[in-house]
Design a binder for this molecule. Structure first.
Ligand code: B4P
Length: 190
């Protein structure tokens, strides 16, 4: 199985690149952000709770997102592998993911980390906010909170995967196709 963690700050291109890669490699795309937004649209109890946090740029509790990923793995047991997009975002989530995959006799193959500077992240997210109306992309204050949550709680995971010799860093600036080519070069060497 090919199991990839697509990693990077908010707006780095994780969702965008995931869409490109699932076709080529026949993988299941698991985006915790997308799953949470579906819950919000359906106005479930979980969705209403999550919305309060997401609208402030704060991470949703670990037990909630770990439970979501657990059930998605169960539902896609026969797949070629997974792209984890926006998950894990904390050490607890990374440890839980390793355990869940071990139970299925598999493991993370690589973490691909997209590197983009803060100025470009803010520009991309404000642009998306205008087009999509996404509530967490609407102003610089919320976006700065998301970047600071990333720096505090999520960025340290690079060390976690580097210690397992699974970290690959890719420059996330340039055209979407150029970045996909660079990511594919990494995947083809695995
Ligand atoms: P996510 O949905 O994961 O949102 P994101 O970090 O903004 O990344 P996304 O994948 O959507 O954007 P992309 O970079 O592709 O998270 C939202 C919130 O949900 C979090 O803040 C948190 O509250 C909660 N959450 C989600 N997962 C969680 C977890 N595991 N634990 C706890 N809480 C969790 O693209 C951004 C924009 O850039 C797009 O408009 C795109 O078109 C553009 N773009 C992409 N590549 C580009 C390029 N090369 N050049 C120019 N523009 C580009």
């Amino acid at each position: 199985m090919l199991n990839l963690v697509l990693f990077g700050p908010p707006g780095a291109g994780k969702g965008t690149q995931s869409e490109m890669l699932i076709k080529t490699h026949n993988l299941v795309h698991l985006s915790t952000g997308d799953i949470l937004r579906k819950e919000i649209t359906n106005k479930t109890k979980l969705g209403l709770e999550a919305k309060k946090l997401m609208d402030q740029g704060i991470l949703v509790p670990d037990n909630v997102v770990i439970g979501m990923i657990d059930s998605q793995l169960e539902n896609n047991i026969k797949s070629n592998g997974f792209i984890f997009d926006g998950f894990p975002r904390t050490k607890e989530q990374a440890l839980a993911l390793d355990k869940l995959l071990l139970k299925k006799n598999t493991a993370i193959s690589a973490m691909i980390s997209l590197k983009v500077d803060d100025q470009e992240l803010i520009k991309r997210l404000l642009e998306r906010g205008e087009i999509s109306g996404r509530s967490d992309d609407q102003n610089e204050e919320i976006i700065s909170n998301r970047i600071s949550e990333y720096n505090k709680k999520t960025a340290p995971l690079k060390l976690f995967y580097n210690n397992q010799q699974k970290l690959y860093e890719v420059n996330g600036l340039g055209t979407i196709n150029d970045i996909t080519m660079k990511v594919n070069t990494v995947i083809n060497k695995l």
